[in-house]
Design a protein around this ligand. Sequence first.
Ligand code: APR
Length: 256
Amino acid sequence: MSSDNLIQQAADILRTSKNIAVLTGAGVSKESGVPTFRDAMDGLWARFDPQQLATPLAFLQDPKLVWDWYEYRREMVAKAKPNPGHLALAELERRAPSLTIITQNVDDLHEQAGSKNVIHLHGNIARSKCFYNCQGDPTVVDVSKIEYDKAQGPPPCPHCGRWLRPDVVWFGEMLPVDQLDVAKVASISADVMLVIGTSGLVTPAATMPELAKSQGAKIIEVNPDDSMITRIADIKLDGASGEILPRVLEAMGKNA
Ligand code: APR
């Protein structure tokens, strides 16, 4: 658990910063009950490796398997509620002159918590799109309006009849260019970047802290473990984001 002293140092930096960028990963949603990809899977899915399922090739080889796995994750995400970490970030946005959240998460828990300025680098699990983006990229489709036989696999695209897929970025795929550009601008403009609950293993998201640091930003990391980002962090706050972030907010308030 992080010392009060480090928490106060982080709070002082945040309080005096004009532009704040926040990079979040699966760790920030963990206390909401959404398991990370790298957590062991349980039940029916225990024998599968998520990193083998989350690829275009896996989908083409077995669309039903991949679609069903995402249905399982969708249900988990649909039940999840924002935790104190999400709520603290939304409160920080209300207090800060300029704050941008860059998230790798495909849930909408930041928005549910009240955050407004959120960039999704890896898509949105609640949405689906045509695998071939037959009407342009992305061809988003409302699955709730489609009747289909779940035993046969994913629903068909209403435009071209081929498969629909989740609107998330799979391993080996390009990130949405517009979102990535805004994320880079937010990173370059930041006086401080909070890096929360990410292993820093997946690029290009993981390159944002380096980019921010190269332009003079301070890096504050919140993670119970060390990550690929830890070596460039100016302050490392050890612990769960749902515990640490409310303490940082409280410390900001004290000397405000
Ligand atoms: N609070 C903060 N951090 C936590 C917590 C917590 N309560 N619990 C775990 N963590 C940390 C872990 O120590 C780990 O460093 O969260 C990190 C989660 O790492 P990953 O599972 O690798 O998640 P992420 O970095 O978001 O992965 C990037 O890879 O799985 C794919 O596309 C998926 O967007 C994802 C990307």
